[in-house]
Each structure stands twice: as structure tokens, then as C-alpha cells.
Design a protein around this ligand. Structure first.
Ligand SMILES: [Zn+2]
Length: 503
């Protein structure tokens, strides 16, 4: 995510004002007024004992497998309720319809998953919408819904290591959520006068489909959206088809490369597809909302951006790229996978395009293990801006760029909040971006260019497609540089003040 300094402060006010929302800060955003009123709880399930699966061999000497309830979170220290334990999602198949008049979403989501424990029940993250039916492997299941958690109780236990699917049929008016007490982390489904879009970090997907909503569970997606034919539908991945049936059309997109759920975006409105020249066989397709002057994108040299970042980090990790530009003042941009999201206030700023493109490696291909590791996303993407400009302008002063980005060496924004553990309230603080980037610059000055750039490429190569932690990066850099760097990273990432830059 990137939030320009001069607009950051007004983001929430702006969004709430523009979108006509009443935002609360208690995690149960009032959002659009319908958001909580449609909350429904399923019929109270009967707490019947889970029978042993019939496939289990009957053997008096063998102990019957024990089944447990899957955890309601993945143990993330910042957002303990995001994600769920006991299974790993392989693919989401989402088939929904959108009624723009009523702001009403209806349809189904199938979660294809593999169990990692013997499950008597499991949770999914899902916002307050009306669920009419849940089936597991085609058999009706009991369920309860509370807050943003749905507990599914299948008719029989699921043995560990088993492929299974769960289908949810639901409808409702999707909305926005606050993820911190001052509502600086706002995400979910944004209703606009003429359309809608989805965005948010650390979470947005649970606002509109059942999901295991943590970066640790990356999955493939197939999304089918049916809506009036006068509207367009855009989402991540590869566009497969648009089929018109009377006054409605169904759009289908598919993502083969697994992605963390928060990296999904979608937009409904009137869009123009702009096909830019491919870069080394990488298709570049932008979607521009009506009212945005497409010529204003022309100055962006994606050929150069992709080439420079590929030289630095290795091959672009996905099969397509482009930007989605909404004709709305968002106050942020977001690195949604293969389709970065911009508003009309951010899309003309070149450095943000570099930033979101760099996130396709650092954030999307290499995804954080826990939200406390956010500097691995934002520090790297911010430093990538500086590396790009240094590649274009060899005399470019990286230190000045990063320091100036936050008002000078004495800026209190650079101290105080340790980028290596900023806390959920400061997930996107200046320190995470700029002190995170300064940490990489200090590392480069400490171990030298050769070891530093070898480390970046090895990091992307070895850990691409997986979840990463700061320890992973430190161990790799220590191995390549031959230096003990524990104290260095402690001071730069966790110390109370910004250390002096090595000379
Ligand atoms: Zn970012």
C-alpha cells in the first residue's frame, strides 16, 4: 500500500465523506447503513457428537481418531481472528450476482481445501451476511455465525490430510470494516453511487465472500460476477469470458498463481481496457474508469519500470500486470496482485507506480508470515522506488530521497515506532516505509553492493511463492555476506531511535 504524505491524514474523513459512510472505530463499522442490519445467525446447530467417518477401518485394536474444532485464528499477534486453523485453501470458486439498485450481493462461494487436522468443525472468516445453506462435500452442514466468524459443523468429521470442499450460499449488502481503534485500517466493500470496489489491508475479502483471510493461506481464485450489462466488472487475474444473457452479463476471471486474500480487488462501473505494449512477453493491461484521461497514463514507462525491477530482483513473478484506476479520490494505492489499484489522486504519481509494481515481488510473491513483518513489504517497496531512480539517474541521492520523504533527519516520524514491530495501530506508519527503506540502505552500505544485491535476488528466488519472516531475510543476508548482523537489524528495526547511517 502506498499513502502519499499529504493526503494520508484525511483518508478516513475523505472516504467517509465521499462515500457517504458513517464510520465507526470499533471494528464493526457502520459503513453503509445496511451493513449490520442484515446480520443473521443461522438456526442454532444441534451439538451432536461427530461420528467417526465410515471410511475409517473398524479394528478393535485401533484407537478411533479424535476430532477437534479447528482454531478460529492463525495466531497472528496483531489480528488474532484473521485466518483459521486446521485446513489450507487451495482454490476459491466465487459465483455471485450484483444488484446495483439495491446494493445487494447474492450467490455462492466454494472453498476447496485440504485439512491439516482431524476436524469436527472449522471456521471461515465472513462478514455479516445472510447464509442460507452450507454444504461440505455436498452434504448439508450445520453452522453458526457470529462477528466475522462462521463455524461449520460437517455431518461427519474430516480426517487430516483430506481434500474437501465447503459451499456457502448467501446474500446481503457488503460493507466496510475498521481494523484498528482509530479506523485508519479501513477495508472491505465500498459502495459508490454508480458502482463499487473492494480494497483493504490487512483484510477486505471477508466483506464479500467466505475466506481464510490471512496471508499465510494463499490460494487460487475463480470469480464469476453477474450484473447488468451496462456495467463492467474488473478483478485480478486473467479475464476468461463475458457472456451476455438478456439484460445481464457474466464476467469470469481466473487466477492460477496463489494469492493472499487481501490482495484481491474488484471494481464495478464503466471501464475502458487499455492494452499497453507487452514487456518481454508480459501482457500489460490497464482498466481505466470513465472520466479518467487515459492519456495521463501515457507518460508512465512500464517497459522501463519492469526492466529495471527485473534486473534487480529477478523475473516478474506473475502472468499479467496492469493498473485499475478509479475515478474517485481514494487517498491510497494498493498492490492488489497483478492489478494495482489507484484513485484519480494517486495514479499520476510515478513513484507510486514503481512502489506497487515492486510489491508484486515483495508483498505478493513473497508474502509476510505475520502482519508484524509488514516492513518486509513496505520497506522493500519504498527502497525499490529509490533503486529505480538510481538506475535511471546514477547521481540520484537515495539517502536524501528517503529522509526527505519524511520531513528530514529529525522527523519524529522516523523514530518512536520501530518498523520491525510497529503494532497494529501503526501498521502503515511512516517509520515502516521510510525507516524500513533506510534499514535496507544502511545494510547496503554495511555489507557492500555485491553482497546486498545478491541477497535481494536470492531472497526473491529462494522465498518466492512462500511466506517470509524477518529472520528468513537476516539468515540469508548473513550467509551471503559472511557477517553477523543480528545487532544491526535489532538497532535498525527495533531500536527506539533512528540509528546513524553508516558512512
Ligand atoms: Zn506499499
Amino acid at each position: 500500500m502506498d499513502i502519499p504524505r499529504n493526503v494520508k491524514i484525511v483518508i478516513v474523513v475523505l472516504l467517509c465523506a465521499i462515500l457517504g459512510l458513517a464510520c465507526s472505530a470499533d471494528g464493526t463499522s457502520t459503513g453503509p447503513k445496511e451493513s449490520t442490519e442484515n446480520y443473521s445467525v443461522s438456526p442454532t446447530p444441534t451439538p451432536t457428537p461427530i461420528p467417526t467417518p465410515t471410511s475409517t477401518p473398524v479394528d478393535s485394536k485401533q484407537v478411533a481418531p479424535q476430532f477437534v474444532a479447528g482454531p478460529s485464528g492463525l495466531g497472528d499477534s496483531y489480528f488474532p481472528n484473521l485466518g483459521n486453523g486446521g485446513y489450507d485453501v487451495e482454490r476459491y470458486i466465487i459465483e455471485v450476482q450484483w444488484d446495483p439498485e439495491e446494493k445487494w450481493l447474492s450467490g455462492s462461494t466454494v472453498i476447496e481445501a485440504k485439512s491439516t487436522e482431524n476436524l469436527s468443525s472449522f471456521n471461515v472468516d465472513f462478514a455479516p451476511m445472510q447464509i442460507s445453506e452450507v454444504t461440505v462435500n455436498g452434504v448439508r452442514a450445520d453452522f453458526t455465525a457470529e462477528e466475522n466468524e462462521v463455524v461449520v459443523i460437517p455431518s461427519e468429521g474430516i480426517l487430516s490430510g483430506t481434500d474437501f470442499n465447503a459451499r456457502f450460499v448467501y446474500e446481503g449488502s457488503p460493507s466496510l470494516f475498521c481494523w484498528d481503534t482509530n479506523c485508519s485500517l479501513l477495508g472491505g466493500w465500498y459502495n459508490l453511487e454508480e458502482g463499487a470496489f473492494v480494497a483493504g489491508e490487512p483484510s477486505s475479502s471477508l466483506a464479500w465472500h467466505p475466506v481464510n483471510d490471512h496471508p499465510r493461506d494463499r490460494a487460487q481464485f475463480r470469480i464469476e460476477m453477474t450484473l447488468p450489462s451496462n456495467l463492467d466488472f474488473v478483478t485480478n487475474g486473467v479475464f476468461l469470458s463475458k457472456t451476455q444473457n438478456g439484460e445481464v452479463s457474466t464476467w469470469v476471471y481466473e487466477t492460477v498463481h496463489p494469492r493472499a486474500p487481501y490482495l484481491t480487488t474488484l471494481a464495478i462501473g464503466e471501464f475502458e481496457e487499455v492494452i499497453a505494449p507487452s514487456v518481454d512477453d508480459l501482457p500489460i493491461r490497464h482498466w481505466i474508469e470513465e472520466g479518467i484521461v487515459r492519456e495521463n497514463l501515457a507518460y508512465l514507462d512500464y517497459d522501463k519500470m519492469v526492466s529495471v525491477l527485473t534486473d534487480l530482483f529477478g523475473p516478474y513473478p506473475f502472468d499479467t500486470y496492469g493498473v485499475l484506476v478509479l475515478n474517485h479520490q481514494l487517498g491510497f494505492a494498493l498492490e492488489t496482485q497483478t492489478l494495482s489499484l489507484f484513485g484519480r489522486d494517486t495514479f499520476e504519481i510515478e513513484s507510486i507506480h514503481i512502489h506497487e509494481l515492486a510489491h508484486q515481488w515483495f508483498g505478493n510473491h513473497l508474502t509476510v508470515e505475520s502482519w508484524s513483518e509488514i516492513w518486509l513489504n513496505e520497506g522493500f517497496a519504498t527502497y525499490s522506488e529509490a533503486l529505480y531512480y538510481q538506475a535511471i539517474y546514477p547521481e540520484f541521492d537515495i539517502y536524501q530521497y528517503l529522509i526527505a520523504g519524511f520531513g528530514g533527519r529529525e522527523s519524529q516520524l522516523l523514530g518512536g515506532i520501530p518498523p520491525g514491530d510497529p503494532g497494529p495501530e501503526s501498521l502503515f506508519s511512516a517509520s515502516v516505509y521510510y525507516r524500513g527503506a533506510l534499514t535496507l540502505h544502511a545494510l547496503r552500505l554495511t555489507i557492500g553492493d555485491e553482497a546486498f544485491f545478491t541477497s535481494l535476488r536470492e531472497y526473491a528466488d529462494q522465498f518466492g511463492g512462500t511466506n517470509v519472516s524477518t529472520d528468513d531475510f537476516i539468515q540469508l543476508v548473513e550467509k551471503i555476506s559472511g557477517e553477523a548482523l543480528g545487532d544491526f537489524f535489532d538497532r535498525w528495526l527495533l531500536g527506539p531511535v533512528l540509528p546513524e547511517m553508516p558512512s
